[in-house]
Design a protein around this ligand. Sequence first.
Ligand code: SF4
Length: 363
Amino acid sequence: MTQSSAYRDPAVAAGLLDRIRDKAATFARPVTLMEVCGTHTMAIHEHGLRGLLPAGIRLVSGPGCPVCVTPIDYVDQALALCRLPDTIITTFGDMVRVPGSQTSLLEEKARGADIRIVYSALDAVSLARHNPDRQVVFLGVGFETTAPTVAGAILQAQQAGLDNFSVLCAHKTMPAPMQALSADPDLQVDGYLCPAHVSAIIGADAYTELTTRYRVPCVVTGFEPLDILQGVDMLVSQIVGGIARVENQYCRYVKNAGNPRAQQLLTQVFEPCDARWRGLGLITASGLQIRAAYSFFDAAQRFGVTVAPAAEPLGCRCGEILKGKLGPRDCPLFGQRCTPATPVGACMVSSEGTCAAEYKYGF
Ligand code: SF4
């Protein structure tokens, strides 16, 4: 038995589902559990877990896909940068397909802009080293999982004395939007499956305020089917017992205090800032901006491109989907005007997007 198949054992899954069903039968009303991680969303769809849970448990997706929560204005900024002379835009794959107000990076690439997909921010630093006559801009999008690697890239560029590397920074941090969702009187989230990758950096203790202030149970959960079912079972147990605390199902990788070295990198290069989330609006101290000491590497400051405020595409329901208010099929464009080949909203673009997951596994 491989390690992976050990976490996919159908007999263990059946036992967990029995336990979940027994506990759900005692609920006075249906409960809503939210996963706040795009990889969880994909795993839930891939293994058909939503359909296995009893009717009293509603599993919804939240703002866990970094590409999906990046505002259109940011895409427009990247598009403006790619039109500057002698500039190379570097990015992880999904961002190139996200529609901006008028066009996308992929369309601009087809028109001749130099846009390159890289596998890490360090690849972008290397590109800058080999192209001293050109400006290399990396699109810094992602949560605490990727931000430390971008911090490391900035430090490496500084050490190498590179004056042609910079980051267009839109990094976001995780517990803050979960608190914003919990404070929203229109939403009722009864428990969170907390993101595993992010938690490996920030630690399980980072969710304590959610459980003490908002009384919402939190379980840090892994990505295998049995991880997710056990995470649901742990949440359901807390709900039945009237408890709200942080539990760590994914203790084989996540520590309560997280990863101190990655946290130190984050703190050295970035500082918290208020950030706008697509669909969720402005959330206090939910973003990361480059500290003044490293402002030389801040593409927004170095190039000063400004763009007009952007409107969401007509009919797109990404905002409500990112809040867990609606599902992909509630959007009138789903599978019609909006498909992975012709995405209208970011939720259909990203490999971790809720609409993309529903299209891939459920359409
Ligand atoms: S189907 Fe497309 S337009 Fe509708 S919410 Fe999803 S991504 Fe947005």
